[in-house]
Write a protein that binds this ligand. Structure first.
Ligand code: GLV
Ligand code: MN
Ligand code: MN
Ligand code: MN
Length: 399
């Protein structure tokens, strides 16, 4: 079955009628449906399936073992996300396995497709949750305590779906089987439009992190409270939004985003007592990212104190900058002539794994240049181009 046809099979799972696009989050109903679907698809291709201790699902061709050539991505989405971010890598991997099987190919190294849990951090706030737990870059106790907006902890959600959260944590046996990891992914900007190419090889991923700013003031009556003397946490929250834009605009190549802001209690006629604001910040270079966030944090403290509010700032996740393995990239370039290299500002499981194993990525052109939104897209011909490239990579690497 083609990658396009496989994508069509899951086109109705996790549609978000309210926001548009898809909302598929770790251990929710859509995620459960997608996990079942993935297992069925793997079994249909005679792959042997296992769920690791961190909730990532692996589908093996051959005995799981060292030196494996591994590909895959994720099936979860951001809230109201597109159809391609994540699923494209999974369906392309399944299609590649099927193609090689049908051709009678016999790998001399084990091949595997992996589906990582909660890559977007859409429910529990930490992106690349499954790959971070696998590699040990996220502490298991910290992970178990993560709480989604519905108040359910990751430990509770995972155990409701049959996992044992007590087993979360660095998984050396699973990690040490990976010889090479190549993740195919829809491109999330305009890089491939500008390069006029359907596919690219990943070169670097810029540092990125998430910080929660919790502003506390005095909740009160919107009508009975004069403007003077208010301690309204919405003021420093609003100032954070504009300050982040102003500061990031002055740093070459920087991105700073506030995509989520939660006032409590959240009534039109109520001065909020607290406002939580999440900052997503990314700049080429770890030091530059840190110093940009420090500058935004200083401004937020200042704005809070001017309004008589308090603020606490918590780093919820951070991933340093990554350069994908140069030797692997050279091999990919040899196999896929004319395919350019592309840096990205988006985070990926491949970048988490890259600190431990040779890893890189293949990007497929996105003609809208839009991602994390329903407009994210890839033309059928480009999807097929990407799947063919991945098939050649798997064939060559496992021969
Ligand atoms: C995930 O896609 C991210 O880069 O935030
Ligand atoms: Mn994403
Ligand atoms: Mn993704
Ligand atoms: Mn991502």
């Amino acid at each position: 079955m083609s990658a396009v046809a496989l994508l069509r099979e899951i086109a109705d799972v996790g549609r978000d009628r309210r926001r548009g696009g898809y909302s598929r989050h770790a251990f929710d109903g859509a995620d459960a449906e997608l996990r079942t679907w993935f297992v069925e698809q793997a079994e249909r291709r005679a792959l042997s399936v296992e769920t690791d201790r961190n909730g990532n699902i692996w589908a093996w061709w051959g005995m799981p073992g060292p030196g494996a050539v591994v590909t895959g991505s994720h099936l979860d989405s951001v809230p109201g996300g597109g159809a391609f971010d994540g699923p494209l890598g999974v369906v392309s991997a399944l299609h590649a396995m099927e193609t090689l099987h049908t051709e009678g190919f016999r790998p001399t190294r084990p091949l595997a497709v992996v589906m990582f849990a909660e890559e977007e951090g859409g429910r529990f706030g930490v992106p690349c949750l499954g790959s971070r737990l696998l590699t040990g870059s996220l502490d298991a106790d910290q992970a178990r305590a993560l709480r989604g907006p519905d108040g359910v902890t990751l430990a509770e959600a995972a155990s409701r779906s049959g996992l044992d959260p007590a087993r979360f944590g660095r998984d050396v046996p699973a990690l040490s089987r990976i010889g090479t990891f190549v993740e195919l992914h829809v491109e999330q900007g305009r890089g491939l439009i500008d390069l006029d190419s359907p596919v690219a090889v990943g070169s670097t991923v810029i540092p990125h992190g998430r910080w929660r700013f919790s502003f506390r003031g005095q909740g009160n009556h919107a009508g009975a409270t004069l403007m003077e003397g208010r301690r309204d946490p919405m003021l420093p929250a609003a100032s954070l939004v504009t300050t982040a834009r102003r500061i990031a605009s002055g740093v070459a190549g920087a991105r700073a985003t506030v995509g989520r802001l939660v006032p409590r209690p959240g009534g039109t006629n109520v001065i909020a007592s607290t406002v939580d604001v999440w900052l997503d910040a990314r700049v080429t270079g770890d030091d530059r990212t840190r110093s940009m966030v420090d500058a935004i944090a200083d401004a937020a403290r200042q704005a809070a104190s001017e309004e008589g509010c308090e603020v606490t700032i918590a780093e919820e996740s951070y991933a340093g900058g990554v350069t994908f393995d140069p030797v692997l990239r050279k091999r990919l370039a040899g196999l896929l002539p004319e395919v350019p290299e592309l840096p990205t500002g988006a985070g990926h499981d491949a970048a988490i794994l890259a600190e431990h194993v040779p890893a890189s990525m293949l990007y497929v052109r996105n003609p809208t240049g839009i991602s994390h939104a329903p407009e994210e897209f890839a033309e059928d011909a480009d999807v097929e181009h990407g799947a063919r490239a991945l098939t050649e990579v798997l064939r060559n690497f496992s021969t």
